[in-house]
Design a protein around this ligand. Structure first.
Ligand code: SAM
Length: 238
């Protein structure tokens, strides 16, 4: 790709790896090398990726706690016909991270936005789960307190495969809550995808309840849970 392929005044949403530094497209590397500025959620994590691929573009920090302050700066550079790439800590920007805020502002200013697709943890977890993939619902992180029970109760009747992100420190509590509200379900726990300690544990919520967590509670997790099937409904009713 030639630098001329960059369209001035465009916000590029560039997917980066969820672990393995080589899980990035050729186009993503070219865009990151060519834009005027990279806005990165975690500049330290992104530095490792950018150095690995010899990308020397200037980087600014854009995260949940500075997004209101930084977005107007990004918008003003875009309106000046500069090009900006937005990258998240890992995976696809806009999936459970603050990219949405900048995209909404860009759209409001009629700025061109382009997605450069690649990894996202939920898709890898869904396809590895062995659970139905024809319909699934991505729930991101469950609320920590307010609205948590309500959200779970709403999902209890959902026939689609359910997908959650979870942090290690809340994992056990979430597995517990899932079992209490959804009852027994098949579950795939996808841990550290594409990394050295990648692991997919396919079990059931009842088994986890009885045996406890039998894998290391370290790293990053996606939980994929079977939806309410007719068979499960009949078992619950009888
Ligand atoms: N934008 C990212 C994406 O496209 O997947 C997600 C960002 S969200 C702030 C981070 C969460 O994604 C983690 O807490 C974890 O639930 C999940 N995640 C990210 N990388 C992962 C990996 N390598 N293995 C398992 N889960 C991962």
């Amino acid at each position: 790709m030639e630098p001329s392929d960059i369209i001035p005044g465009t916000l590029y949403l560039v997917a980066t790896p969820i672990g393995n530094l080589r899980d990035i497209t050729l186009r993503a590397i070219e865009i990151l090398k060519t834009v005027d500025l990279i806005a990165a959620e975690d500049t330290r994590t992104s530095r490792i990726l950018l150095d690995y691929h010899r990308i020397q573009t200037p980087v600014i920090s854009y995260h949940d706690h500075n997004k209101e302050r930084i977005t107007p700066r990004l918008i003003s550079r875009l309106l000046d016909q500069q090009s900006v790439a937005l990258i998240s800590d890992a995976g696809t920007p806009g999936i459970s991270d603050p990219a949405f805020y900048a995209v909404r502002e860009a759209v409001a200013h009629q700025i061109r936005v382009e997605a450069i697709p690649g990894s996202t943890a939920m898709i890898s977890a869904v396809i590895l789960s062995g659970l139905p993939t024809d319909r699934f619902v991505f729930e991101g992180f469950l609320p920590a307190q307010k609205g948590r029970q309500k959200r779970l109760k709403e999902l209890a009747e959902d026939p689609r495969t359910l997908v959650f992100y979870e942090s290690p420190h809340r994992l056990e509590r979430t597995l517990n809550d899932l079992y209490r509200v959804l009852g027994d379900r098949p579950i795939a726990v996808a841990r550290e995808l594409t990394k050295k300690f990648e692991q997919v544990v396919r079990t059931t919520l009842a088994e986890v309840d009885q045996q406890g967590v039998t894998w290391p509670i370290k790293g990053e997790f996606v939980l994929v849970i079977g939806g309410l099937t007719r068979k499960l409904k009949r078992t619950e009713e009888s």
